[in-house]
Design a binder for this molecule. Sequence first.
Ligand code: NDP
Ligand code: BG6
Length: 518
Amino acid sequence: MEDQCPALSGAVAGKIAPETEQNCIIEVPQPCGLVIFGASGDLAERKIIPSLYHLCLDKLLPDNFFVLGVARTAMSDDQFRKAMENAIRTASPRGYTDESCRLFTEKLYYIPMDYGEFSQYRALTDRLLSLEKKHNTLGNRVFYLAIPPAVYETVIQNLGDSGLSQEKSGYSHIVIEKPVGRDLASARKLNVTLRRSFGERQIYRMDHYLAKETVQNILMFRFANSIFEPLWNRQYIDHVQITVAETLGIGHRGGYYETSGVLRDMFQNHILQLLALTAMEAPALFEAGRVRDEKAKVFRSIRPFDLGRLDETVVLGQYDRGSLEGTDVPAYREEMGVAKDSLTPTYAALKVIIDNWRWKGVPFYLRSGKRLSTRKAEISVHFKPVPHLMFSQALDGGIAANTLVLRIQPDEGIGLSFQAKNPGSRACLNTVLMDFSYRNVFVLDDYERVLLDCMQGDQMLFARDDGVDLTWELLTPLIEKLEGESGKDNFPNYVAGSAGPRPAAELLRRDGRAWRPL
Ligand code: NDP
Ligand code: BG6
């Protein structure tokens, strides 16, 4: 069965010429059984099950398919189905009908288990085998770990010891949610446990940012157009900014966030992945291994932070009470599960230097924070100003340099600012925008994409062990140094609903630059 992407259209330039429209085939995976550990949890309820339902509505799930939910809570198949029906309704998906929901949840099953009790993996295996027979899924299995990271290793080891990781008639893939470790040592330990039971080819380390259409488009934009790549280097680019700003606070995830903070939660994974896609060289083939090789080379080229001079490269923040869209919101320290004197950062801005031929002398400024004024994720490439200003007699001061903005979310698209003559006076320039919008053309959301990919065996959008290792190698010394420092007595240091802490502006001002407004 096949489905096709809708054609894109340029927002300003009008519709893309029909002859350039491509048919992008989304293949339906082979028959498969999906085992979700932590099926009673938030991620299963809010993301995994509603995404599977969408795939089902879009006819992108194989007919021979089932979900086996696993968790400690005692539940029957029927109770699990009811809970998931509610979850789907709450997610209010497009195209929802009671009947289609009922048909989908008929394929859901549940088994309660204690993950640490090895004998229970026998019962799990028996149930799995009987469902595989019933649904004729050819022995293809995906194990999705939607459980707290503290339980990962127990489950992985027991899956290995009970033979469930072995590929007999079909494939056996495992999906690990972030965080993969909380520092270099724990990430390496987890990777060793994983590799003891599963081959790297079987392992899918989730980074849902990689599954966003606009993030995937970074490589298409760079390497499927001949006009941008020649400019994509130190000769023409002054600096790059990567922003992931959120208006949300930490919600009910205070317990997790307190042990994580923004550097672990957003930088080690999502933001460094965005940086790698922006900075990497072109692989010879658009293929998982080669793309991951090129990303690893970028991570290897990032200059380690000078721990003695962090004030020049790092700014941290934590949100105070404030107001967002007219609603008062609490300070981070007042959130559920957060210590009253917490020093966990909810905002960070970093200056990163890539020591390689292409990027020598081009700083990458990265920032991310919670409870900021705007929800926005974007990569902005700031080109150098023109070398000589022939209009200097007619213009006051300089002219704005070109900026290319890859808008990841919301308002997904690409904008290029350039100078154009203002009608009227002889030499009057204005900055204008050439804009392409992705509005209303998405087919799959990020979780739908990765669920399909791990059933199809495509690892392109997942992190590889060396990439995880290298990103932790970069950030662990920084995080340890910052956590050991006492200098955060200014926390909270930004008001919820603002643009973040003031010193973040200083980070760029010192270099004669400024952040793009949020
Ligand atoms: P939850 O806190 O909702 O936990 C999931 C399930 O795990 C619970 O329903 C619970 O089920 C079980 N559980 C909780 N504590 C333990 C324990 N000590 N031992 C064994 N089982 C336990 O987590 P989420 O669903 O929010 O997240 C799951 C994973 O996904 C985590 O690794 C998280 O970091 C990651 N993640 C989550 C995101 C989200 O938006 N929620 C986003 C990105 C990643 P029961 O008691 O029935 O066994
Ligand atoms: C998750 C982080 O990985 O990404 C969250 O744990 C964050 O803290 C979320 O809110 C952001 O994802 P998105 O897709 O909403 O930008």
